[in-house]
Design a protein around this ligand. Structure first.
Ligand SMILES: Nc1ncnc2c1ncn2[C@@H]1O[C@H](COP(=O)(O)OP(=O)(O)OP(=O)(O)O)[C@@H](O)[C@H]1O
Length: 236
């Protein structure tokens, strides 16, 4: 079943075509990587999916329903969760409270919230001191905290924008294991610059270039694709 799709999805900023006529399909259960050179339109595209950015034209469908103009919070209610390149944690709140705020969208009762918050923190490896302020975490760990905030909502679709930025090699290895574990229950769309992550965790890869889909296929196919290589070298 297709969980998420777009048809003719476009967004222009003052004449600049950031996303242009994109037809995209993401089957339920897949881990999909979205890659492309800087400025290719990846963040704009996921902003359109999440409802952070309004489309210039085209449609977005989730679970068979058109959501093109649904506000972001309603899309979260349907089962979409996302983390962005710019961290959105509340710096003065504790790790626990940050995740609890997200958990309370779905759960009622302190015991249920606490259990789910601790489980989400454990999945991303942040259980050591849940009472410390989120603002004291490194940038990379704030990204992991955001993933915990997404996970606690038990989403059907988890969208992650550059989740491994700022993580150490050991933490990246932990992230790969986490994605593999989550993929049993959650569809994942991942914007990722780290090719080892893409090669190891993605079922399929969509390559954006100049706001359009340049190619789509398995990680190995995309790695070997001459058009994709040219786009990364800036000659495509
Ligand atoms: N709010 C905005 N106003 C004007 N132009 C924008 C805006 N947001 C994005 N753009 C432009 O749209 C194009 C696509 O940007 P976008 O951030 O989506 O690319 P990206 O693939 O996510 O890049 P990166 O890998 O560098 O994050 C770029 O040319 C960018 O400058």
């Amino acid at each position: 079943m297709t969980l998420l799709s777009t048809r003719g999805l476009s967004k222009s900023f003052a004449g600049l075509r950031a996303v242009h006529e994109v037809d995209f399909d993401l089957p339920e259960g897949e881990v999909r990587a979205l890659i492309g050179p800087n400025g290719a339109g990846k963040t704009t595209f996921v902003g359109l999916l999440c409802g952070r950015i309004a489309p210039s034209s085209g449609q977005v469908f989730f679970d068979g329903r058109e959501i093109s103009h649904l506000p972001a919070h309603r899309r979260i209610g349907l089962g979409m969760a996302y983390t962005f390149q710019i961290t959105s944690v509340f710096a003065r709140l504790s790790l626990f409270e940050n995740v609890a705020l997200a958990a309370r969208r779905r759960l009622h009762g302190a015991a249920a919230v606490e259990a789910e918050v601790m489980s989400a923190l454990a999945k991303v490896g942040l259980t050591e001191a849940p009472e410390r302020a989120a603002g004291d975490l490194s940038y990379g760990h704030q990204r992991l905290l955001e993933i915990a905030m997404g996970l606690v909502q038990a989403p059907r679709l988890l969208i992650l924008d550059e989740p491994t930025q700022g993580l150490s090699d050991a933490e990246i290895a932990g992230f790969k294991a986490l994605v593999r574990e989550l993929s049993a229950t959650t569809t994942i769309l991942l914007i990722e610059h780290n090719m080892s992550v893409v090669m190891e965790v993605a079922d399929r890869v969509t390559v954006l270039n100049f706001g359009e889909i340049l190619a789509e296929g398995t990680p190995a196919e995309m790695h070997a694709n001459a058009d994709v290589q040219a786009a990364y070298l800036g000659t495509g």
